[in-house]
Design a protein around this ligand. Structure first.
Ligand code: PNW
Length: 485
């Protein structure tokens, strides 16, 4: 538990009483006579809490060769037979490259205050470095203007895995980290007059380990540990250099962070010993990434574990990597469960029972307490200034019924339960500033192609028609009432 002053504790208890248990007073509980619902909203978020939706460039844009865009590692990977579900690619995706005005209307109809989108690096620098392509930047400038004309604040991620294929060696090369900083400098210099919220990278583990160790994502390599650790280092170095580049090229007050899927550890029982074990697991389990960013070093447990395979670090790297951030964005989907034990490590990750309920993607558990622990573990360990949930959502087996509706009640259940647990974190005083739902619409789900749907708008990939699902209707109510409904 973080240090809580008596005043904050009093406020928290009052807030919880006023929200979580609104409408139920103790005597009523005692006598079992609940009163009729009052109009007092339950699980209310604070005024100014930001509601948004998230997407990523390669997953929605299409227009793969339009206006001078260069190929990315994901273009090459998805065009390699056997790498994605039925050979699906992002060539067309949701065609948001041409339909972005329609997508802004979807956002407007939901009533969101923010939109988290990413930029395709190889639209702006077709080979990743060198001469920029003005038409690429123009596209994003138009999208930003369209959002702002609709009172939607853009939150831009500079890199969501679509590494330019023209960069020799990709993330195996330290030069890629430097090229990323140059790209970050160029983009933020040109859009920083209007865009005030930037995220550097999205989910280190997915473009490092999944791409270079497991091979499930682009570029599909299976390198030995020492090289993977170096790739990881180049990933976090890119983030750090980009933070510095953004700060140097944007006006004061610009907010800089990242979007990270730190592994979320949940105590098997909420007792002191398991909670402490969970905190240790969080620090060690995220050692190559978020822990290094927040502590400015690779912790001993990681260095000992990796031994001779530990990354090679140059002077100044860790200072750049730990550049101060205005917020941490957390992408939250699924947890690991931790119990304290008397091993040297002091904890064990408990395997999932086979009966553990899951969503349509087998890696997404129905375990909504993970969003509370995602926030709490990170805040207790490192006390960041602000937290955004930069992604949260799930896949469902959506179908259009005979009435033309998509009744994704399981997604609504998943989201409602997550928001309930997020509210707990906010009510306890953790600095949760906003929430971006993944995703605005169905899109190219990486190696799963179009077989997994994460959207709150259904996309017919033949006609590109977008149709709101039940979850869109639900989210609109959440936003309008600033409350879990
Ligand atoms: C995130 N895993 O990716 C990404 O940021 C999104 O682009 C993606 O569409 C979304 O989550 C849903 O998958 C992940 O296998 C993909 O553990 C896979 C994993 C985790 C995150």
């Amino acid at each position: 538990m973080r240090n809580i002053t008596r005043r904050l504790f009093g406020k928290t208890v009052a807030a919880s009483a006023a929200t979580a248990f609104a409408g139920v007073s103790l005597p009523e509980l005692a006598f079992g006579q609940p009163q009729p619902q009052t109009s007092a909203p339950q699980l209310q978020f604070t005024k100014g809490f930001l509601w948004g939706c998230a997407t990523a460039s390669y997953q929605i844009e299409g227009g793969a060769k339009d206006d001078g865009r260069g190929p990315s590692l994901w273009d090459n990977f998805s065009h390699t037979p056997g790498k994605t579900h039925e050979g699906d690619t992002g060539d067309i995706a949701d065609d948001s490259y041409h339909l972005y005005k329609e997508d802004a209307k979807l956002l407007k109809a939901l009533g969101v205050g923010g939109y988290r989108m990413s930029m395709s690096w190889s639209r702006v620098f077709p080979t990743g470095a060198g001469t920029p392509n003005p038409k690429g930047l123009d596209y994003y400038s138009r999208v930003v203007d369209e959002l702002m004309a609709n009172n939607i604040t853009p939150y831009i991620t500079l890199f969501h895995w679509d590494t330019p294929a023209g960069l020799p060696g990709g993330w195996q090369s330290r030069d890629t980290s430097k090229a990323f900083a140059d790209y970050a400098a160029y983009v933020t210099k040109h859009l920083g007059d209007r865009v005030k919220h930037w995220m550097t990278t999205n989910e280190f583990v997915c473009f490092t380990d999944l791409g270079y160790s497991i091979g499930q994502f682009a570029p599909g390599m299976k390198l030995p540990a020492a090289q993977v650790n170096q790739v990881r280092h180049h990933g976090i170095l890119a983030h750090g250099l980009a933070v510095q580049a953004i700060r140097a090229n944007t006006p004061a007050g610009t907010q800089v962070g990242l979007a990270e899927n730190a592994t979320v550890f949940v105590p098997v029982v909420e007792t002191k010993e398991h909670i402490e074990a969970t905190r240790k697991a969080t620090r060690e389990g995220n050692a190559p990434f978020l822990t290094a960013l927040m502590e400015g070093k690779y912790i001993d447990a990681y260095l000992e574990h990796e031994g001779a395979n530990a990354p090679k670090v140059e002077a100044g790297d860790m200072a750049a990597i730990s550049s101060k951030l205005d917020f941490i964005g957390l992408n939250v989907y699924t947890p690991q469960f931790v119990r304290a034990d008397d091993s040297k490590q002091g904890y064990t990750v408990v395997p999932y029972p086979t009966s553990q309920p899951k969503m349509a993607s087998p890696w997404i558990l129905r375990a909504p307490e993970c969003i509370y622990w995602a926030v709490r573990n990170v805040c207790d360990l490192w006390k960041p200034q602000g937290i955004f949930i930069t992604e949260n959502g799930c896949s469902s087996d959506d179908v259009i019924n005979s009435a033309g509706r998509i009744e994704d009640i399981d997604r609504v259940m998943y989201l409602r339960n997550h928001l309930t647990h997020l509210h707990r974190a906010a009510a306890e005083g953790y600095p949760v500033k906003g929430y971006f739902l993944w995703s605005l619409m169905d899109n190219f789900e990486w190696a799963d192609g179009y077989s997994k749907r994460f959207g709150i708008h259904y996309v017919d990939f033949k006609t590109l028609k977008r149709t709101p699902k039940l979850s869109a209707q639900w989210y609109k109510e959440v936003i309008a009432n600033n409350t879990v409904v």
